[in-house]
Design a protein around this ligand. Structure first.
Ligand code: C2E
Ligand code: CA
Ligand code: CA
Ligand code: CA
Length: 280
């Protein structure tokens, strides 16, 4: 048994070395990727129910690596958080998304999204200069602060540090705050008492299986009630079918996002498609 244990230990540390080595390699390549323009942004519509008109748009980062191909942000954002590159990458993301938003407003007028949502990670939010960067981006693009939504997660805000102060400073600028993946953390409801939130993004896990009677619908209903009671916008995330959209509308959801309405792409189609309307 003793021998088995040590073999297991060796295997475990080898795994850790692999992972650390891989993260270090990814970090070096990310630095290069930033310098050579390998990152780009895609945008996913957040639509109003029942008609399906785009109201907001969420920006999502993509990395097309010259040898490794497409790398998911779920894989490289945590590495960028670790090595600190998220600060520079995050600033690029914010500027690129806001520049794009202004172009759409000029080009599409009334069909353009009203606001753009940008994801911000814990490390960015705790970076002392972050709020100043946001103010600078707004000044450079001439964008109204009210046109920008910053998406934060519960872990980012709860991680201690100065994140809550940063959120309050953003609010003072007039920026809107969305709580991402709502309902998946440890005290999502408690957070609503301390953080000035404007938008609740109800996690995909509550939307999945919604059309089967049961607990999912009960929770989704409770979340919309909290949201309405506090005067917040609630966005249902990860809506993949017309049935889910119809059920969400029936439960009181007025905003939805997901593959059913549009995948994240470089240039979303903002025109209303009657196919996407929920029958009323
Ligand atoms: P998230 O912020 O919760 O973003 C939603 C994710 O769900 C996106 O994955 C989106 O493409 C995907 N999605 C949207 N609709 C559907 C659907 O109907 N079905 C399914 N199965 N998935 C759907 P993506 O783009 O791979 O991003 C993954 C995560 O990486 C994001 O989760 C976010 O945490 C992080 N991320 C992405 N872009 C950024 C960014 O610009 N900055 C930061 N800090 N994090 C980012
Ligand atoms: Ca998000
Ligand atoms: Ca989310
Ligand atoms: Ca997520």
């Amino acid at each position: 048994a003793k021998e088995g244990g040590s073999r297991q230990h060796r295997r475990f540390t080898a795994d850790l070395d692999d992972r650390a080595g891989e993260a270090a390699r990814l970090g070096v390549e990310m630095r290069m990727g930033l310098d050579t323009g390998q990152f780009r942004m895609v945008y996913q519509p957040i639509v109003a129910l029942p008609h399906g008109r785009t109201k907001y748009v969420e920006s999502l980062v993509r990395w097309q690596h010259p040898e490794r191909g497409f790398i998911s942000p779920a894989d490289f954002i945590p590495v960028a958080e670790q090595n600190g590159l998220i600060v520079e990458l995050g600033e690029w993301i914010l500027r690129t998304a806001c520049d794009q938003f202004v172009v759409w407003r000029d080009r599409h007028g009334a069909d353009a999204p009203q606001q753009i949502s940008v994801n911000v990670s814990a490390r960015q939010l705790n970076e002392p200069g972050f709020v100043a960067v946001v103010a600078d981006v707004l000044a450079c693009t001439g964008m109204d602060a009210g046109h920008l939504i910053i998406e934060v997660t519960e872990t980012a805000v709860f991680g201690g540090g100065t994140a809550v102060q940063a959120v309050n400073d953003l609010k003072d600028l007039g920026v809107r705050i969305a709580l991402d993946d709502f309902g998946t953390g440890h005290s999502s409801l408690g957070l609503l008492q301390t953080v000035p939130v404007d938008v609740l993004k109800v996690d995909k896990s509550f939307v999945d299986n919604l059309t089967m009677a049961g607990r999912h619908a009960v929770i989704a209903t409770a979340l919309i009630q909290v949201s309405n009671g506090l005067g917040l916008d609630a966005v249902a995330e990860g809506v993949e079918t017309a049935e889910q959209a119809a059920e969400l509308y029936r439960l009181g959801y007025l905003l939805a996002q997901g593959y059913h309405f549009g995948r994240p792409v470089a240039e979303p189609d903002f025109r209303v498609s009657e196919d996407l309307a929920v029958p009323v």
